[in-house]
Design a protein around this ligand. Structure first.
Ligand code: C2O
Ligand code: CU
Ligand code: CU
Length: 487
């Protein structure tokens, strides 16, 4: 039997008359039809790239702004979306949008979101990267039953940051996020607003993820199914094109994949200026030719398309193939430079000042690991234990500033660590100072096999019980998640 990956690779490599073996003995034909996706009875769709425009997630409007609170209503509902050209795919959504909408918030001004669950599964909504009271954190067991509503209140007592919200229902989070329960939450403040960065239509959130589709173009979810999720999506569409003006754009990149890490670069090796990470702007911009993102991480970047003549088509590549098929995993989207535009935006050489790190008051060790044997029903562990919602793993004193030494105990499987409630600082990666991409505030940090990362977090906002976990969220659903209590 060919693996699904070999089927997909063969199908694309020989599009036109591929000959496959076994159950997948179906020719994959590319025709003149307007459909950009060819469905066959047994093989996965062959996706023609650059058929669909990038969809820009819509910004939600509050239904009330009275009393200093912006109030929103969102209905969690199933919907159909055109992810693959010419195909309607069933998805789970916040408000009918795939991926979810954008909520714009401002530091110091609270937001409340009434979430109405019309799905047939319990859900729980977590605002990733936010510091919120325990009952509003989207705890795994504090779910919204089908047909019920729950209002989450976000105090926004933290600086600007590019956050996102997603499902966190116990053991179901990974499938729910995979099927579409994820949205963007952009928190701004006076520091950020004072900067001359690209704004409005030139400030675009782009969520990148992978997916696996069946012969009908429907999403296939199998836990831990990393090698078979070989179609890349940007803002919910496979390989879209994005028509840009020849000027600077701010792109808020999010890796919303369950397991796949990406390393993004422009096809010409052109400059990408990273200006921010998970917890908002970096102290200084950093010019690079590549941006690496593990699941849950964000990178805020500026690309200046004025260096390209109108008519240029420039692919955003992923160079982190992890052994997968380059024709499917090697390209994410294409920038089509279609017009000139005036541009008064700038990237200042200083972006923000981070508060000095307090003297640490405690230390903690975290070892992430999972079964690597490849057997059925693998388990994930934090410090050797599978997540138990009734167990508190770590007790933290309110106000403490802790250094966590986080190790990936596996030989092959990458992990990362996401901590709820806090934005932390990366102190060291394998004993060395972190690179400039990790010089700002972080809530999720990559930890490669055998690697050790030291980070420092200060727990001085809310008391309560919160999660930390690997954000390769199939792993957290396998149990690679633990709880701390701040008191
Ligand atoms: Cu992005 Cu606990 O989650
Ligand atoms: Cu989180
Ligand atoms: Cu993991």
């Amino acid at each position: 039997m060919p693996t699904r990956r070999s089927v997909l690779t063969a199908g694309l490599a020989a599009a036109g008359s591929a000959t496959l073996t076994g159950a997948a003995l179906t020719p994959l034909l590319r025709s003149e039809e307007p459909l950009g996706t060819q469905l066959t009875s047994a093989a996965s769709p062959v996706v023609e790239k650059y058929r669909l425009p990038l969809s820009i997630p819509r910004v939600l409007a509050p239904y009330s702004t009275a009393g200093g609170v912006d109030r929103y209503r969102v209905t969690m509902q199933s919907a159909r979306a055109q992810i693959l050209p010419g195909i309607q795919t069933d998805v789970l959504t916040y408000g009918g949008h795939f991926p979810g909408p954008v909520i714009q918030a401002r530091s110091g001004r609270a937001v409340s979101v009434e979430q109405y669950n019309t799905l047939d599964m319990p859900t729980s909504v977590h605002l990733h990267g936010a510091s919120v009271p325990e009952q509003d954190d989207g705890k795994p067991m504090l779910t919204i039953a089908p047909g019920d509503r729950r209002t989450y209140t976000y105090p926004n007592q933290q600086p600007h940051a590019s956050l996102w919200f997603h499902d966190h229902a116990h053991h179901m989070e990974s499938e729910h996020v995979y099927r579409g329960l994820a949205g963007t939450y952009l928190l701004t403040d006076a520091v950020e607003q004072a900067l001359p960065l690209p704004k409005g239509a030139y400030d675009v959130p782009i969520a990148i993820r992978d997916a696996r589709f069946d012969e009908n173009g429907q999403l296939v979810y199998v836990m831990g199914d990393h090698p078979n999720r070989t179609t890349l999506l940007a803002n919910g569409r496979a390989y879209p094109y994005f028509e840009v003006a020849a000027r600077k754009y701010r792109l808020r990149l999010l890796n919303s994949a369950n397991l796949r890490s990406v390393r993004l670069r422009l096809a010409d090796g052109g400059e990408i200026v990273q200006i921010g990470s998970d917890g908002g702007l970096l102290p200084k911009p950093y010019a690079t030719d590549a941006v690496a993102l593990s699941p849950g991480e964000r990178a805020d970047v500026v690309i200046d398309f004025s260096r390209y003549p109108v008519g240029t088509r420039l692919v955003l590549q992923n160079t982190n193939l992890e052994g997968g098929p380059a024709d499917q995993l090697g390209e994410v989207l294409r920038f089509d430079v279609v017009r000139t535009a005036t541009d008064r935006s700038e990237v200042p050489s200083e972006l923000r000042t981070l508060p000095p790190l307090p003297t640490p008051t405690a230390e903690r060790t975290v070892v992430l690991s999972m079964d690597e044997s490849g057997g059925p029903d693998p388990k994930g562990f934090v410090n050797g234990k599978v997540y138990d919602p009734d167990r508190v793993d770590d007790f933290i004193r309110y106000g403490a500033s802790e250094v966590w030494t986080v190790t990936n105990g596996n030989q092959f499987v990458p992990h990362n660590l996401h901590i709820h409630l806090v934005q932390f600082r990366v102190l060291e990666r394998d004993g060395k100072a972190p690179g400039p991409a990790e010089s700002g505030l972080k809530d999720t940090v990559m930890v490669m096999p055998g690697e050790t990362v030291k980070l420092q977090a200060t727990f001085d906002t809310y008391r309560g019980t919160y999660l930390y976990h690997c954000h390769l969220i199939d792993h957290s659903a396998m149990g690679m998640m633990a709880q701390f209590r701040v008191s």
